[in-house]
Design a binder for this molecule. Structure first.
Ligand code: NAP
Length: 417
């Protein structure tokens, strides 16, 4: 792609570009940040998020120059397509962006635009911080014990889309190969069969685990846990664990220590500020999150484990309504909330913008604006604890005052200023 791509239907605002050199983002004080409002409630929550992030940038002597991009329904109106090339080019060029939810029709229609964006931009890590905000109702006795971040591999595993439908010529061919050439016929019952393939590569695993360890080092976290089912799936999930440990052992020197080394060679003596890398089997991990919540910090895992575990952890701190997320690649960030476009609430100025605001927090942390990120997180938390909240939280607490999306955003912004 050229240094300065040209954009036909979107305006590039004044401001400077975030660049990436030697593995680091170089962030000016007046960055251009692309934003996709998204479908459904995206149009309600995106302006609310902008208002609050603008306030935090201003309070820390900076300025965000938003570049509005289009995908989904708004793109169909402007471009007559769902995911215009300009949108992808702009995120690629400006590197750090944030988006609201995009609707994916069930069954027929187009495939997920979210998946397409992640693929086109090679955003290989799906990252979800899971921490409790005071005032959010939770099914746990001590929800504040959870303060974790999950790194889910985003491009491979059984999600790679390599699968064949029962009754198709392709599945017959794959079955023939497995039975006749690989001699595994005993493991496949007779009759119709669907077959899928689970690729886990050294390349895909190592770059994901690197992201998780780098995050732990940069954010003073104590442990990185590799979550796998390697006891059963030895050559895929087991390989994930082994390659993960290889990264820890070979690439970080004394900054990173594996749990085995810590006990076998160092008698439990941990160098100051070092990160410990350990591993847990996925089913055990799910119960440990309930029983030993406070022992976990940064988790790294293959795609399917990450899908289940991050939603389950989200439930522990009060549901997905406020859950933030981001997709990370090398020198690239696309922040987005976990929730979808909830079309029935579109345009009603009703839903909770906290998930997108907290996705903004994650984005600000990724560009090194930790002070601005903390202002937003603290203000959202203070607002929620005050009981002046949107309908979703209001219906689950005693008393409190129900606010519209825009009123909630105004009050959060006021707390920052
Ligand atoms: P959803 O949009 O997340 O909505 C499900 C329910 O969650 C809503 O009815 C509402 O519950 C609650 N909710 C979601 N966001 C909320 C918010 N900001 N504030 C308050 N409550 C909120 O899930 P869905 O209905 O399954 O999916 C709708 C569309 O979104 C689908 O096309 C799906 O493919 C898409 N989607 C996109 C993304 C993405 O862009 N990353 C992610 C997930 C889904 P109550 O009605 O009980 O209040």
């Amino acid at each position: 792609m050229p240094e300065e791509p040209s954009f036909d239907r979107v305006e590039v605002p004044a401001g400077s570009r975030i660049t990436y050199e030697d593995g680091e983002l170089d962030v000016p004080e007046d960055p251009i940040i692309p934003v996709i409002y998204g479908d459904g409630i995206g149009k309600d929550v995106a302006p609310a998020m902008r208002k609050v992030l603008d306030e935090a940038a201003q309070a820390t002597g900076r300025e965000i120059n938003w570049m509005r991009l289009y995908a989904g329904e708004s793109a169909r109106e402007a471009y007559d397509e769902n995911l215009p090339q300009e949108t992808v080019d702009a995120i690629r060029h400006f590197r750090v962006a944030i988006k609201g939810p995009l609707t994916t029709p069930v069954g027929a229609g187009f495939r997920s635009l979210n998946v397409a964006l992640r693929k086109k931009l090679d955003l290989y890590a799906n990252v979800r911080p899971t921490y409790h905000l005071e005032g959010i109702p939770s099914p746990m006795k001590n929800p504040e014990q959870m303060d974790m971040i999950t790194f889910r591999e985003n491009t491979e595993d059984v999600y790679a889309g390599i699968e064949w439908e029962a009754g198709s010529d392709e599945v017959d061919e794959v079955k023939r190969f497995l039975v006749e050439e690989m001699d595994v016929g005993d493991s496949i019952h007779d009759g119709p069969v669907g077959i899928g393939v689970k690729p886990i590569t050294e390349f895909g695993t190592k770059r994901l685990v690197r992201q998780a360890i780098d995050y732990a080092l940069e954010n003073d976290r104590d442990t990185v846990t590799l979550v796998h089912k390697g006891n059963i799936m030895k050559f895929t999930e087991g390989a994930f664990r082994d390659w993960g440990y290889e990264v820890a052992n070979e690439e970080y020197g004394d900054e990173v220590i594996t749990e085995d080394t810590l006990w076998e060679e160092r008698d439990g003596e941990l160098p100051e500020d070092a990160v410990v890398v350990n591993d847990r089997i996925a089913d055990n991990m799910l119960q440990q999150l309930l029983t030993r919540t406070d022992q976990y910090d940064v988790l790294a895992m293959p795609n399917l484990n990450g899908d289940y575990l991050s939603d389950s952890a989200g439930g522990q701190i009060g549901g997905l309504g406020i859950a933030p997320g981001a997709n990370l690649g090398d020198g690239r960030v696309l922040a987005e909330p976990v929730h979808g476009s909830a079309p029935k609430y579109e345009g009603q100025d009703k839903v909770n913008p906290s998930a997108l605001m907290l996705s903004g927090v994650l984005m600000l942390e990724q560009i090194g604006w930790d002070d601005a990120a903390k202002l937003v997180r603290d203000a959202v938390e203070a607002q929620i604890s005050s009981g002046r909240v949107t309908y979703d939280i209001h219906r689950n607490i005693e008393g409190g005052t129900k606010l519209a999306t825009s009123e909630f955003a105004d009050e959060v912004a006021k707390r920052i200023s």
